[in-house]
Design a protein around this ligand. Structure first.
Ligand SMILES: Nc1ncnc2c1ncn2[C@@H]1O[C@H](COP(=O)(O)OP(=O)(O)OP(=O)(O)O)[C@@H](O)[C@H]1O
Length: 302
């Protein structure tokens, strides 16, 4: 992250609902102009975090900065930090045509880019004269995305936005969003709990488990930085690194290792051991298993 501009930063950020901590002591910095995949199981705290970033929900404690400015509840930051959120329930008026929705977007946003909204809809063949109530679920998602993009946000928050899209459309949409993010100074944060469908969805990862960040970084660096070593039964792996997970049978041991930041020249593999890369979905599951905490830690005294 060093040297890269930061879009969203959390410092000791917590939020609780009564006795339940939805977010707890979160600290992270997310790079600007990238697609950040916000990943976690149901109830991990993704929607809560997105709502705090959007300024629609207050944190219980801690600080949340968007492009260096604190977010206050009830209003998004101005200037360099405009935030748009596309919530799970995609608010569209069923009787409005798609063109009406764009007019609505123009009248309710201080900044509006009609060309950008229109070109998004054309790219995905969404008919402008059709009422929103008569669109497919996927088309409705595209209209909601077009309205969000038209408001030219610096940070675009998408809460499980791709659920209604088929796999081909999903890949196309994320590809186009990556291009928009790179060309137009926009950071996209996209939440999902579908780990198996994550590949290619984001280039930076923030993994939440029970309200805490358990893994964060550039996807490429995270993949480069981990290996799986399999060999004869052993208490410790034969190479340097931090053990994220160890599994043993009577004769065999398997370790998932986080390699040291500065790897030693060429790691020599001990006889009988194999070293393999770890796929993204496996890596996420490994961290989720490793971080599973006792339930009492997740609950606060009321
Ligand atoms: N309004 C609320 N009142 C009480 N508890 C809440 C409220 N909203 C969320 N929670 C709790 O906070 C935790 C985090 O919820 P949140 O909706 O942020 O998770 P999520 O990761 O977005 O989940 P999902 O993937 O199911 O949408 C959960 O335990 C949830 O039950």
């Amino acid at each position: 992250m060093s040297g890269q501009p930061v879009a969203v930063e959390a410092r000791d950020l917590s939020r609780r609902y009564g006795a339940v901590w939805a977010l707890r002591d979160c600290g992270f910095a997310l790079p600007a102009n990238r697609i950040v995949a916000l990943v976690g199981a149901n109830g991990a705290g993704k929607s809560t975090l997105l709502s705090i970033i959007a300024g629609t929900l207050a944190a219980s404690s801690g600080t949340l900065l968007v492009h260096g400015r604190p977010v206050a509840r009830g209003r998004s930051t101005d200037g360099g930090g405009r935030v748009a959120i596309l919530a799970q329930d995609k608010p569209l008026y069923r009787d409005f045509t798609v063109s009406d929705m764009l007019r609505f977007g123009r009248s309710t946003n201080r900044v509006w880019d009609q060309r950008r909204a229109l070109s998004w809809l054309r790219r995905f063949d969404v008919p402008l004269d059709r009422r929103c109530g008569k669109l497919s679920g996927g088309q409705r998602a595209q209209v909601a995305l077009a309205v969000a993009l038209g408001s030219r946000p610096a940070v675009l928050l998408l809460d499980e936005p791709l659920a209604n899209l088929d796999p081909v459309a999903r890949t196309e949409v994320t590809g186009e969003l990556m291009a928009e993010a790179a060309e137009d100074d926009m950071t996209v944060m996209l939440s999902t709990h579908i780990i198996a469908e994550l590949s290619g969805v984001g280039d930076h990862l923030l993994l939440l488990d029970a309200g805490r960040p358990v893994l964060t970084g550039d996807v490429e660096d995270l993949l480069d930085g981990h290996v799986r070593m399999t060999g004869p039964r052993a208490d410790q792996p034969p190479g340097p690194g931090t053990v994220v997970q160890a599994q043993h049978t009577e004769r065999q041991s398997t370790f998932v290792l986080r390699r040291p930041a500065a790897p030693t020249a060429h790691a020599v593999v001990a006889p009988g051991w194999t070293v393999q890369p770890v796929a993204l979905d496996e890596l996420i599951l490994t961290y989720l298993r490793a971080s599973s905490r006792a339930p009492h830690e997740r609950e606060a005294a009321a």
